[in-house]
Write a protein that binds this ligand. Structure first.
Ligand SMILES: [Zn+2]
Length: 463
């Protein structure tokens, strides 16, 4: 009854009376159109060269990328939704017979729903009502699209309207000139996670990456016998990284352990260095990693590379963003970027950012994990931190994922801004400007080297 009343009132009085359905308002439509037109800058993706793309499959047509790949590369499995394995060497029909039933319990989840715009906009398919025939067709179209990278480039730069993305080649962090695709729309960060882990050569592979820092050192004729040698080696890595044009640095250490880094001494760190992990106490390994993390905060200042740090959802008992406050406080010249909005601790991330001038918030991945949490987060952050402190990214692995991540983020930001305008908590002209800041301008401000990589030469729309 109340709902009917509101709808009738809405029809009579226009947008302001029916703000509860913000996407139906003209205010939303104008803001969304403006945000869609922004040539976006994603601050975080994991785009691999085509031949290295994860979850490629064997098919009767040869090896390549299919619907299975796109689903596996998405965050469905992170959201605990199982995808039927691709039967080796088998055809699509055999797989889909079973896999079509994989989505029943995912219908309401953001990790599923962010893929829908990609299937809808790129392929004209409603995945929620997909037929067997449509699914087979979709699979074959995906397979054809990935035969070379022309389609991928167009999808990201034209359809998703992304001018630049900051890539994290986490699978091969020390190959600065290769392993990250050299597309004109790709910049990259230096993933420093394994620098914290490699207290001994046996730990140099820890974390699932292929590079070994000790092999890297040997190739360059660098001896690594003491912790001082190791610190010099880190410096050498940074020199090469900066020469290769990296724009920032990134830690994904939250996937390995707690992100509480105590201040410790070089002597304490040296106790674990060079020793097989089974010969040292776990506290000594922690001391080594803590020391290197603090050292990396100093490297961030020395090489003028903002420090992106994974917070939230990972090792959930140690990934709370508040764990970083001691380091943030003691390193005021390091620019800390707290990733994923600290999911689920989005309010805490906002509180940290308002307390420390050296903290920025990156919402990457957040709207994909929980759309409504992202909405709440954008609103809260805009209320408490300056609007030039919030960035976005997809944290995705292929064109469909990057498209879906961008689509839900644009929608989420537009919804939040339109609601604020309709509540008279923000003027519409400022909403348009804030949309441009989040989707693009804040990243350019954060990573000064990115401006050199802009390639479109198109002025931003004024509104
Ligand atoms: Zn990531």
């Amino acid at each position: 009854m109340v709902l009917v009343g509101l709808i009738i009132t809405g029809q009579v009085f226009g947008d302001e009376a029916k703000w509860f359905d913000v996407k139906g308002t003209q205010t939303y439509a104008r803001i969304k159109t403006g945000i869609d037109a922004v040539p976006a800058i994603s601050t975080h993706e994991h785009l691999r060269p085509l031949h290295m793309m994860t979850n490629r499959i064997e098919t009767p047509q040869g090896e390549g990328v299919g619907l299975y790949t796109v689903l596996l590369n998405s965050y469905l499995q992170t959201g605990l939704h199982r995808i039927t394995p691709w039967p080796p060497g088998r055809c699509f029909d055999a797989w889909w017979l079973e896999a079509q039933h994989d989505f029943a319990d995912a219908q309401a989840s953001s990790v599923y729903r962010y893929l829908l715009p990609a299937f809808r906009d790129i392929y004209g398919v409603n995945f929620e009502t997909i037929t067997f025939e449509q699914a087979r067709n979709l699979h074959h179209r995906i397979f054809r699209n990935y035969q070379d990278d022309a389609w991928l480039k167009t999808t990201i730069t034209v359809r998703a309207n992304i001018e630049l993305l900051v890539n994290d080649p986490s699978w091969s962090p020390l190959q600065f000139d290769t392993q990250s695709p050299s597309y004109k729309f790709v910049a990259r960060v230096f993933n420093v996670t394994k620098l914290m882990q490699a207290s001994h050569p046996s730990r140099a592979h820890f974390g699932g990456t292929s590079d070994d820092i000790y092999v890297w050192a040997r190739e360059r004729g660098i001896k690594v016998e003491t912790i001082d040698d190791y610190l010099e080696l880190i410096d050498r890595c940074f020199e090469e990284a900066v020469d290769a044009g990296v724009v920032g640095m990134k830690s994904a250490h939250a996937w390995c352990r707690s992100i509480r880094y105590d201040r410790t001494t070089k002597e304490a760190a040296a106790r674990a260095f060079g020793k097989p992990p089974q010969d040292v106490a776990s506290e000594q390994i922690k001391a080594f990693e803590d020391y290197i993390f603090w050292h990396l905060c100093r490297m961030s200042v020395k090489y003028d590379l903002p420090f992106q740090i994974h917070t939230g959802h990972a090792h959930i008992d140690g990934s709370h963003p508040m764990n970083l406050v001691n380091v943030i406080k003691a390193n005021p010249d390091t620019k800390f970027i707290l990733f994923h909005g600290g999911f689920p601790w989005v309010s805490e991330v906002g509180a940290i950012a308002v307390c420390f001038e050296n903290v920025w918030i990156d919402s990457c991945w957040l709207p994909i994990l929980s759309y409504s949490m992202a909405k709440r987060a954008f609103r809260e952050w805009l209320e408490i931190v300056p609007s030039d402190r919030i960035m976005w990214g997809g944290d995705e692995f292929d064109a469909e994922g990057i498209y879906g991540g961008a689509a839900v983020t644009r929608q989420c930001v537009a919804e939040v801004l339109a609601e604020m305008v309709l509540e008279q908590a923000l003027r519409e002209e400022d909403a348009h400007r804030i949309g441009r800041q989040i989707m693009r301008e804040n990243a350019l401000k954060m990573f000064p080297n990115l401006s050199d990589k802009l390639w479109r030469g198109v002025a931003l729309p004024k509104k």
